[in-house]
Design a protein around this ligand. Structure first.
Ligand code: GLC
Length: 445
């Protein structure tokens, strides 16, 4: 039985951390106001931290039908799937394969990364005995900030989530994929749609639920999209005769937040300093690292007395958000902790995850209020991502923010898990484009 105690400064230290990491109801209101200001600027094409990217996609009617392949690249896994839409709101994924994207691919040459994902498609087709001779349509979910110029065209603005593959920023990612598919001999595959994961998530859910008007990812990264009136998208030159369009906000880059020195240190040491402030305070890629930094601080101040601790918590990103989930659920990533140390570690995890959930709650509320000032209608928010799905109490903490803001009206907001919805969503988008005669283009005609 290990009997190490925390020092007498423990309570003082914890209340200080609690204060620094708190998101009070007044802070939430400020987040909402700042979001509205930045959304307005972003839609008008003025400089701000929200990119507010038109997706060229609207919500589906639910009657879209057909089959499509989908390829998903957005984190440490790449997925290929085949989906069938029955035209009655059901999108059924009937085959799916997952591939690990190594750190070397994430940070190496762009061509190698695209050759790898084209190879994933090839392997998927072979495994499922799908003939290479037939023609197939493929929808591409690419979960990074892309300036879309059409349904199947768009340039990567900047990498996020630890990716830095060379020769991709500023390039049309559909063209890069097309070229890679050709190189790997897949000449019969036509890339017909390009979508962000948030857009895929919203589209999948709204295929069967008409009150779904927002998609959110709370996973390795975080981002959201929602349905906007085209007349509000002032920066779009030709608005055509469409009434609404989904906007990919890229809210991970939202910067008007109260940050503390741990956030600043983490940002400085990151691969993309000065960017993705909200993502760095909220998403799964960073929460473990924030916790580790706070714990390390505790050790250096002598609040934690454990000897093994210093070594265990000195390496960057060695404590992961999955470890936090484990701690929050009552487990421990290490065995050699005393009861006091376990309690302290759990407390820090609670504080860091609570801040994340409250910022996410404020941000979701801001978008819903933007669409519906008085919150008169019902809104389904489609959410995907392991943080939302697996972190104990995360959803409850988001809902508490809604309750504080809206009281009983908060019941109008439904948070719905849309697990792995982004891939199937891209397939729905491809079918939607066909029905609506939205042009997609083929590069190697
Ligand atoms: C990052 C990406 C964004 C994506 C999000 C969730 O923030 O920039 O495009 O939607 O992660 O995967």
């Amino acid at each position: 039985m290990i009997n190490r105690k925390v020092s007498s400064d423990y309570d003082k230290f914890i209340s200080k951390v609690e204060k620094i990491f708190s998101v009070t109801p007044a802070d939430v209101k400020k987040i909402i106001d700042n979001f509205h200001q930045e959304m307005r600027r972003g839609l008008a094409g003025r400089g701000c931290s929200l990119k507010m990217i038109p997706s060229f996609v609207d919500r589906p009617a639910g009657s879209e039908a057909g089959r499509c392949l989908a390829l998903d690249l957005g984190g440490t896994n790449s997925r290929v799937l085949a989906a069938r839409l029955d035209g009655k709101g059901n999108a059924r994924v009937f085959a799916v394969s997952k591939f690990v994207v190594s750190a070397a691919l994430m940070r190496g040459a762009g061509e190698a990364l695209f050759d790898f994902i084209a190879g994933c498609v090839r392997e998927f087709l072979a495994k499922n005995r799908i003939s290479l001779r037939k023609k197939y349509q493929l929808a591409f979910t690419f979960s990074f900030p892309v300036e879309q110029t059409g349904l199947a065209a768009g340039k990567l603005i900047i990498w996020t989530k630890g990716f830095s593959a060379s020769g991709v920023e500023g390039k049309d990612v559909v063209r890069l994929l097309d070229d890679a598919l050709w190189r790997s001999g897949l000449k019969n595959i036509e890339v017909v749609a390009l979508a962000n994961d948030t857009v895929g998530t919203l589209v999948t859910k709204s295929y069967s639920d008409r009150s779904c008007d927002m998609g959110v990812i709370l996973g390795t990264g975080t981002n959201a999209c929602y349905v906007e009136k085209v007349s509000n998208i002032l920066k779009m030159k030709s608005r055509g005769n469409r009434r609404s369009m989904i906007i990919n906000m890229e809210w991970g880059n939202f910067s008007k937040l109260r940050r503390c020195h741990v956030d600043r240190e983490l940002d400085r040491a990151s691969g993309n300093p000065g960017r993705q402030y909200l993502e760095k305070m909220v998403s799964g890629m960073y929460l473990g690292e924030i916790t580790r930094r706070v714990v390390f601080h505790m050790i250096s101040k002598g609040v934690f007395l454990g000897e093994g601790f210093e070594r265990a918590y000195s390496e960057e990103y060695s404590f992961r958000t999955e470890d936090m989930s484990l701690v929050a659920a009552g487990g421990m990533p290490q065995r050699d902790l005393s009861a006091d140390e376990r309690k302290a570690l759990k407390k820090i995890c609670d504080i860091v995850s609570l801040r994340s959930a409250r910022i996410a709650g404020g941000a979701i509320a801001a978008v819903l209020l933007w669409m519906d000032k008085e919150l008169r209608k019902r809104h389904t928010v489609a959410i995907d991502g392991s943080l939302f799905e697996k972190y104990p109490g995360f959803e409850k903490n988001i809902k508490n923010v809604f309750r504080e803001l809206f009281g009983r009206r908060s019941k109008k907001i439904k948070l719905e898990m849309a697990k792995d919805g982004s891939g199937a969503g891209a397939a729905v988008i491809a079918a939607w484009a066909q029905i609506n005669h939205i042009s997609t283009r083929r590069l190697h005609a």
